[in-house]
Design a protein around this ligand. Structure first.
Ligand SMILES: [Zn+2]
Length: 69
């Protein structure tokens, strides 16, 4: 059985989809009973999508500048 600490350590791998199936199932089971970890995962996911959005906007700006001088 996973503990909160295990879950927080595996959060990025879980969101990346790089966890093995048993770990993933353990995470899901833990998340179904633990609101603390659910909140933690939500925050990490939001942070990751913010970072990706930032990178995307930089790439977009660069591409746009290149396309329309
Ligand atoms: Zn937990």
């Amino acid at each position: 059985m996973l503990k909160c600490r295990d879950v927080t350590e595996m959060t990025t791998d879980y969101l990346d989809g790089s966890l093995t199936l048993p770990h993933r199932m353990g995470m899901r089971w833990h998340l179904s009973i633990c609101s603390f970890c659910r909140r933690h995962i939500k925050q990490v996911r939001a942070t990751i999508s913010l970072l990706r959005a930032d990178t995307g906007s930089v790439v977009y700006t660069t591409t746009r500048t290149g396309a329309k001088p």
